[in-house]
Design a protein. Structure first.
Length: 139
């Protein structure tokens, strides 16, 4: 006997919803057991990724301020990426809207260099004592 066939595609949220529920349920337990950043352990300097995991857990609990406080760059990049993906999907659906063509992704080498420059700049800024508001809450 063959398994029943599903017509059409399953929405992505149907598959991701159980994972999100598990993450939200385990967030308090996970936050106590976060691994330390290896770069921070060896150099006592914060890298661009320090606090990103705590930031993701804070976002899963709806704590936007805590997420921004742990890693501002991660939350900003996540939000901008979401807007970009949404606008790109809309521009594919409605190609006659010319303003949305800006959001169609075309790989350019300068974009990679720009991202690398942002990561290095953020890393340098968060290690300056006067910019301590960019440092994660706890290590």
């Amino acid at each position: 006997m063959n398994p029943p066939r599903v017509r059409g595609r399953w929405p992505c949220w149907v598959l991701l919803a159980p994972l999100l529920i598990i993450l939200v349920a385990m967030a308090p337990w996970l936050s106590e057991r976060m691994p330390k950043c290896l770069f921070y352990e060896k150099t006592r300097l914060f890298c661009a990724g320090c606090g990103a995991t705590r930031s993701a857990l804070a976002l899963s609990n709806g704590d936007w301020f805590g997420a921004m406080r742990n890693n501002f760059l991660f939350v900003s990049a996540l939000g901008l990426s979401g807007v970009w993906i949404l606008a790109s999907a809309v521009s594919e659906k409605f190609p006659e809207v010319k303003i949305l063509r800006v959001f169609r992704f075309r790989f350019r080498l300068w974009f990679l260099w720009w991202i690398l420059g942002m990561l290095v700049t953020f890393t340098l800024l968060r290690n300056i004592p006067a910019m301590d508001f960019l440092q994660p809450l706890s290590q």
